[in-house]
Design a protein around this ligand. Structure first.
Ligand SMILES: Cc1ncc(COP(=O)(O)O)c(C=O)c1O
Length: 218
């Protein structure tokens, strides 16, 4: 903390933020990690990145925390609730296919209490119907599905570092991007719709406003 404060750079995307990104990317095989101020923020970013439009449908479990739905409702999505499995509060994947329509954009499995959803079945459906899978892994850091870290399987995922979680920063979260096509835009949305991250890496000689976004970085 002393080093962070006396480095003179305590705003977002500093050395310790980048160390966290590298740590999580390496340890859990995430393609790209971006710290956020909450999991709710990370979920809002996924809704923007999925380009959810009014009337698009998003399939989520009926048993979850409010943020899973809120992030998509803010973009105008119609939420389609799937009932829980008889074994645990996670979505009953056998019910999902019947709920898919031409308006369906994404499936959002929640790994409740770190218990993995049936990701093979969910990814198969996503491939068959060309849908995005966004893992709400708020409660699932260091949890695994068949030995694979949760959050590394879907196109995107969101983690929470809220006080109630196994790793916490008081309030905090993380967006994970596993789909190469979404990576560039994720950084821009993270930085208020600007290409400031590219500027800081010396890839462009000035930065500007290029897209939508918000101030999602901690
Ligand atoms: C499943 C789920 N999604 C999202 C969230 C929101 O997390 P945060 O408080 O970091 O915004 C929580 C918080 O408990 C959660 O349990």
């Amino acid at each position: 903390m002393y080093q962070a404060v006396y480095s003179g750079k305590i705003s977002g995307n500093g050395i310790y933020t980048r160390k966290c990104h590298e740590f999580f990317e390496k340890k859990y095989n995430f393609r790209r990690a971006l710290l956020t101020t909450s999991c709710t923020d990370a979920l809002e970013m996924t809704a923007m990145l999925a380009n959810i439009q009014p009337g698009d449908e998003v399939i989520i479990p009926s048993y979850t925390f409010v943020s899973t739905a809120l992030a998509f409702v803010r973009q105008g999505a119609k939420i389609i609730f799937v009932d829980s499995s008889s074994k645990n509060p996670n979505m009953d994947v056998s019910l999902v296919e019947a709920m898919i329509t031409p308006r369906t954009k994404a499936i959002v499995p929640v790994h409740y209490a770190g218990i993995a959803c049936d990701m093979d079945a969910i990814m198969n459906l996503a491939q068959k119907y060309n849908l995005l899978v966004i893992e709400d892994a708020a409660q699932a850091i260091d949890s695994f599905y068949k030995g694979i870290p949760l959050g590394s399987i879907g196109h995107m995922s969101a983690f929470s570092f809220h006080e109630t979680k196994n790793i916490n920063s008081g309030e905090g979260g993380m967006l994970v991007i596993n789909d190469e096509k979404l990576m560039k835009r994720s950084e821009i949305i993270w930085e208020k719709g600007t290409n400031r991250s590219e500027f800081f890496r010396g890839e462009v000689n000035k930065y500007g406003w290029v897209d939508t976004g918000s101030s999602f970085l901690p």
